[in-house]
Design a protein around this ligand. Structure first.
Ligand code: HPA
Ligand code: MG
Length: 219
């Protein structure tokens, strides 16, 4: 077990969940009855997500405290993380003498069908992002590279990316978020706004989907 970190973490891979982690039995937690049989296990319980998010909020405050922040939330999968992260930043800033002006914008990316990433990543419903000029951004969500290129074109003063999850994929891109919640095995997970064909966003924990769940909601 690592010592308690008292300084800012620097760039960290977050809480590492190993490949041999079997997850928690679903019987130990509440989850919506309509998903019974559709899940294998709980990978990250909701409370742990919230505790980790609170720490990320503090790291972000420590690093960006003197800037106005424009938060760019990547929909749909990032909405819950973004909402909770913004909430924690607000709470921390209320409790210190250090309030940070923060605005929140949304962008929508779509690339997954079933549990496979499709080639055609597209930005759906992009707003005019020219407001980003001279601001510090904390983007949340996934599929960073395309988005970063898009955002950099608006020449913000600073860009920081927060991602709740980073998967250990064999050829991971060198492009990692500045703030990472958890590093997880390369398997498809759902819950906490992450979906499988639009299902499971209403599940609070991050869970592994079962084979029968995949079949049930396959398109
Ligand atoms: N779950 C849901 N959506 C995703 C995932 C995942 O594991 N990876 C990329 N998009
Ligand atoms: Mg999705």
């Amino acid at each position: 077990m690592a010592d308690v970190a008292v300084q800012s973490e620097g760039r960290s891979s977050g809480i590492v969940i190993n490949d041999d982690w079997p997850g928690y039995s679903l019987d130990l937690f509440n989850y919506p009855a309509h998903y019974s049989g559709d899940l294998d296990c709980v990978i990250i319980p909701h409370g742990v997500i919230m505790d980790r998010t609170e720490r990320l909020a503090r790291n972000i405050m420590d690093d960006l405290g003197d800037h106005d922040i424009v938060v760019l939330c990547v929909l749909k999968g990032g909405y819950q993380f973004c909402a909770d992260l913004v909430d924690r930043i607000k709470a921390l800033s209320r409790n210190s003498n250090h309030t940070i002006p923060m605005r929140v914008h949304f962008i929508r990316l779509k690339s997954y069908l079933n549990d496979q990433s499709t080639e055609d990543l597209h930005i759906v419903g992009a707003e005019d992002l020219s407001f980003l000029a001279g601001k510090a951004i904390v983007g949340t969500g996934k599929t960073m590279q395309t988005l970063l290129k898009h955002v950099e074109a608006f020449r913000p003063k600073m860009i920081k990316v927060a991602g709740l999850l980073v998967k250990r994929v064999p050829h991971n891109s060198p492009c990692l978020p500045d703030y990472v919640g958890f590093e997880i095995p390369n398997r498809f997970v759902v819950g906490y706004a992450l979906d499988y064909n639009e299902y499971f966003r209403d599940l609070n924990h991050i869970c592994a989907i079962s084979e029968s769940g995949k079949t049930k909601y396959k398109i």
